[in-house]
Design a protein around this ligand. Structure first.
Ligand code: ADP
Length: 479
């Protein structure tokens, strides 16, 4: 049984209720987490507020940065333990889990080193005035994070908030949160003052909803589904607090007839099967220029059909889906693709010997005749399902890439430099790769969406601005 962290202590829910944690690998319950509710959220927000008024609020940027760096070191010292927890909770292959923990440490390293590099400005104004623009923390920051990359999302959300001197309350996902709790324990061990970082576990509609509408928070960051994102923004509106939302995507690879297949094919396969396609930035659409469509799809199918799903210890290309609901959802989409008349060009396999109750699906590569032939080309599936469609001209490619409500990532594959720039600038999204694809990682790279993929930016230095506010000091020094 795992406990949450409130006010520097490991605690159960106030009424002792718990939630079963199910392993995606075999469908069996293997531990429980507290089912936090309003009273627990109240206690966590109060603890965060007290930390801001106390030791944590009095620390210098240098001291906060040192604590974050120490936490990064501690994550690395506990690397294997955290990776095992992450793999157990999510079912992901061990090497993916290990990579995720390295990225988690990197967030604390990056923002730990950045904490004391955030400078203010002076602004020329009227005669005999001195004007300073200083950066201040927002206050109590709320972080509602998803289950697909629990450790990474935690680092991405919380490290810049703490670096800027906020005190945080985190509501990790009920489906996967064990690594998050463990890192919060490590934070206490390395010396974070009580209340600076609180973790309340529980259901989205209970603990999550209580946190997002809490009257004493000053900021919310949320990564998850579109539907919940809208609820979060509504809750933020009631208290007039700022929110950053990252709500998924339907990112397209655009492959032109001069693309380097050797680069493109492995990246496209990895871009959809990594983390079993449960990645907001998954490259889940493939637009290929008509002249090379048949040839490219054949080469891609050869590679795609080698993909295997297995248990964390088998350490194959991907694992199971996270839970029964995801399993049903992805299977529904595969059935819908077939019903819509899409062609299955290739399928990956499920390794022999996976437990019968696990949520494993066969990664599937579809081909569609046109972009409007199926909702599989516009809706986020969140599974290892890639749909390809041919296009004719550069203008068509840009139009199709933009033909969904989402706008998170894009990728352009061509050797033509002018085309690289034109297409990259033409795609409406927050990040574009040219001759590469790197969903995940990229701690240094500003990230976020446009359209229904959300708003606000995380990662990189820009997150430090998102997670703080400015104050303008205007001083008259004349006589
Ligand atoms: P998914 O549908 O993929 O599980 P969600 O958007 O439901 O994604 O979940 C992302 C995070 O949002 C999780 O931590 C979940 O508990 C939380 N959540 C779900 N519903 C709500 C809600 N009504 N209010 C606040 N948080 C919620």
């Amino acid at each position: 049984m795992t406990r949450m962290i409130i006010a520097g202590r490991q605690v159960d829910a106030h009424d002792g209720r718990t939630i079963d944690v199910v392993s995606p690998v075999d469908g069996e319950v293997f531990t429980t987490i507290p089912r936090g509710q309003q009273a627990d959220v109240d206690a966590a927000v109060q603890a965060a507020r007290a930390a801001l008024e106390g030791d944590w609020g009095r620390m210098t940027a240098l001291e906060r940065g040192r604590l974050l760096l120490r936490l990064g070191e501690s994550v690395l010292a506990h690397h294997e333990e955290l990776a095992q927890l992450e793999a157990r909770d999510t079912g992901k292959p061990m090497s993916t889990a290990r990579g995720d923990i390295t990225v988690l440490a990197r967030y604390f390293e990056f923002y730990g080193s950045a904490a004391d590099k955030v400078h203010g400005q002076t602004i020329p104004f009227q005669k005999d005035y001195s004007v300073q623009l200083i950066r201040e923390p927002l206050g109590v920051t709320a972080h509602i994070i998803p289950w697909n990359y629990p450790a990474q999302m935690f680092g991405r959300s919380v490290a810049p908030a703490l670096a800027m001197g906020n005190a945080s309350v985190v509501k990790p996902a009920e489906d996967a949160c064990l690594s998050v709790i463990r890192v919060a324990e490590l934070a206490l061990e390395v010396g974070f003052p009580a209340g600076a970082l609180n973790i309340v576990t529980g259901l989205g509609e209970e603990a999550g909803a209580s946190l997002s509408r809490h009257h004493d928070i000053n900021f919310i960051t949320f990564t998850g589904s579109n539907e919940v994102g809208v609820l979060i923004q509504q809750a933020a509106a009631v208290n007039a607090v700022k929110c950053v939302l990252e709500l998924g995507g339907k990112s397209a690879h655009i492959v032109f007839d001069d693309a380097n297949y050797k680069l493109a094919i492995p990246a496209i396969v990895k871009g959809i099967v990594h983390n079993t396609g449960q990645t907001c930035t998954a490259g889940s659409r493939l637009l290929v220029q008509r002249g090379v469509y048949a040839d490219f799809m054949k080469a891609l199918a050869d590679e795609f059909s080698k993909v295997r799903a297995g248990t964390p210890d088998m350490d194959l290309d991907c694992g199971p889906l996270v839970n029964q609901a995801q399993f049903d959802r992805v299977n529904r989409y595969i059935a819908k693709g077939l019903a819509d008349g899409l062609t299955v060009v290739a399928e990956g396999g499920i390794a022999d010997g996976v437990p019968a109750g696990g949520y494993f699906v066969k990664p599937t590569l579809f081909s569609a005749p046109t972009h409007d032939s199926s909702s599989l080309l516009t809706e986020e599936i969140f599974g290892p399902v890639l749909v390809a469609v041919p296009f004719d001209t550069e203008a068509d490619a840009i139009r199709l890439a933009n033909a969904t409500d989402y706008g998170l990532l894009g990728a352009v594959w061509t050797e033509n430099g002018g085309r690289q720039q034109r297409v990259a600038r033409g795609i409406k999204c927050g990040q574009v790769y040219i001759n590469g694809f790197g969903a995940g990682g990229g701690v240094e790279l500003p990230f976020g969406g446009v359209k229904k993929s959300g708003h606000g930016r995380e990662k990189g230095f820009i997150a430090l601005e998102e997670m703080s506010t400015t104050k303008t000091l205007i001083q008259f020094y004349g006589e």
